[in-house]
Design a protein around this ligand. Structure first.
Ligand code: ADP
Ligand code: ASP
Ligand code: MG
Length: 471
């Protein structure tokens, strides 16, 4: 089989974890599989890089940050490659080169005081470039051939910095021509996750948590047999285990369930990961690098038919509810169109929409990081309607969260919404707004952020998701 294996931040967070990642890779290679590895940055490094860029843009560049990042990587390299001085030196050189560039960019930012999305990508994508040579080195000292590859020359994207989209045709051509010759020579490529490059070679990032997406993009480009995502939990679970301790691992889920869960906040998968794999029907496995004996979750077309309507409950934080209201909105044609055109122009992502049947308001949810921009754009697009009094107010509420119940079988199973609302009523959680996708794969609700954890637990309990489903 050709397997694309992705290791997340905690799976490469320390020398011990990187050794384990190298071991898991070597094990699959020994079983006769051809393996392409995709790596995240060491845990916490991307946050550190972004914080450094932001403070540099405020004129506060502290050169010691470079030293801190270097020391962390050096300690790991020394522990892993101490007995192989040549490899050790080459890896440290690669790290230093990348950090030189990082330092120069931050210094420049501290002079110009302007952090563009393009510059932020150039800086935040550095973490993966530091990790790839280390993991490749750790694989190489296991008597295997391995090479670190930067995805700027592999995943071709548009220039939407911060959440770039791959160009599948160009990526396919480039990825195949770069990676297949290596694979044929028995080399295990270790590709940087999270980043890509425009046609002109300018570094872009795929969005936070985007290394999962990198793995499925590369899997699709290479027509891989499977994509394996190694992380720090046993698989995709019925809820976030940090929120619901009794959450259970789901053995088999469908592409649509996985993508709905990821879209509605299950951080275990970047929300765009499923699409490239789905298009080519490549099975995706979520596995625990801390406990590889566990079976994990398999994501495929069919999933596993189960008697259960709701399979999982998710939540999204750091979102805001925008409400456009006015008694005069009734019957004014085109208001919704104008509203959503304005949001689209801002390239903001709408996570959920809900309109009361009275047509006295339109409400929808966007990421809090985008809300100021969106409200400003709406005020300008609806200026005339505000002046004429059709629209009375445009407000934003940052203290909300979206909770979603997800499952393929919800479609056509009566009584699910009633059970959800019953559970929330009993738990004293106030539902601010509701929406059900026409696909009926989920019911999503807006609740106060302070009540989200309680809402998730109440729904989880009402559907007894902690118990295994009957086949
Ligand atoms: P990685 O660094 O490997 O990419 P992430 O931190 O991005 O890992 O994702 C794994 C984390 O996702 C888990 O540790 C868990 O806290 C969180 N998570 C949220 N929802 C779920 C869910 N439904 N199933 C499993 N994990 C979840
Ligand atoms: N390192 C990147 C992040 O922290 C990408 C990833 O880990 O998937 O967002
Ligand atoms: Mg992740």
């Amino acid at each position: 089989m050709l397997i694309v294996m992705k290791f997340g931040g905690t799976s490469v967070g320390t020398a011990e974890r990187i050794a384990q990642a190298a071991e898991l890779t070597a094990r699959s290679a020994a079983e006769g599989h051809r393996v392409v590895v995709v790596t995240s940055a060491l845990s916490g490094v991307t946050n550190q890089l972004i914080a450094a860029a932001e403070s540099a843009a405020h004129g506060d560049w502290r050169p010691e940050v470079r030293g801190q990042i270097f020391e962390r990587h050096r300690a790991v390299v020394d522990a892993l490659l101490g007995g192989h001085p040549e490899t050790q030196r080459a890896v440290l050189d690669a790290i230093n080169q990348r950090l030189d560039r990082f330092e120069k960019l931050c210094f420049g930012l501290s002079l110009v005081h302007e952090l563009t999305p393009r510059l932020l990508d150039a800086i935040s994508g550095t973490g993966e470039m530091l990790a790839a040579p280390v993991l490749a080195g750790a694989i190489a000292v296991r008597e295997l051939k391995s090479e670190a590859i930067e995805a700027t020359g592999l995943i071709v994207t548009n220039d939407r910095f911060g959440s770039a989209e791959p160009l599948p045709v160009e990526t396919r051509e480039l990825a195949r021509s770069r990676l297949f010759p290596l694979i044929e020579l028995g080399v295990i490529p270790v590709v940087t996750g999270f980043i890509g490059g425009t046609i002109d070679g300018v570094l872009t990032t795929l969005g936070r948590g985007g290394s999962d997406y990198s793995a499925s993009i590369i899997g699709a480009a290479l027509d891989a047999d499977e994509v394996w995502i190694w992380t720090d939990v046993d698989g995709v679970m019925t809820a976030n285990p940090t929120e619901v301790p009794e959450a259970r691992t789901l053995r088999d889920i469908s592409y649509s369930e996985a993508s709905e869960m990821a879209y509605y906040g299950a951080k275990v998968l970047h929300h765009k990961t499923i699409l490239p794999a789905f298009r080519q029907r490549i099975p995706v496995r979520i596995l625990n690098s801390f406990d590889p004996a566990q079976q994990g979750t398999r994501i495929s077309v069919e999933g596993r038919p189960s008697s259960r309507g709701v399979k999982a409950v998710t939540s999204i934080r750091n979102v805001s509810l925008i409400t456009i209201s006015g008694r005069g909105m009734q019957g004014i044609p085109g208001l919704a169109a104008k509203t959503f055109a304005a949001v689209a122009q801002e390239r903001a992502n709408i996570l959920m929409i809900s309109q009361a049947s009275s047509e006295n308001n339109i409400c929808f949810v966007v990421n809090t990081s985008e809300v100021t921009r969106v409200v400003r754009a709406l005020r300008s697009a609806l200026e005339l309607d505000l002046m004429l009094g059709h629209v009375e107010d445009i407000t934003a509420d940052d203290s909300i969260a979206v909770v979603a119940a997800v499952g393929d079988r919800m479609k056509g199973t009566p009584g699910i919404a009633g059970k959800v609302f019953g559970a929330l009523g009993e738990a004293n959680v106030n539902v601010i707004a509701i929406s059900q996708g026409s696909s009926e794969l989920n019911i999503s609700l807006i609740v106060a952020a302070s009540e989200a954890a309680c809402a998730v637990r109440a729904i989880h309990q009402a559907f007894e998701l902690e118990k295994p489903a009957q086949p």
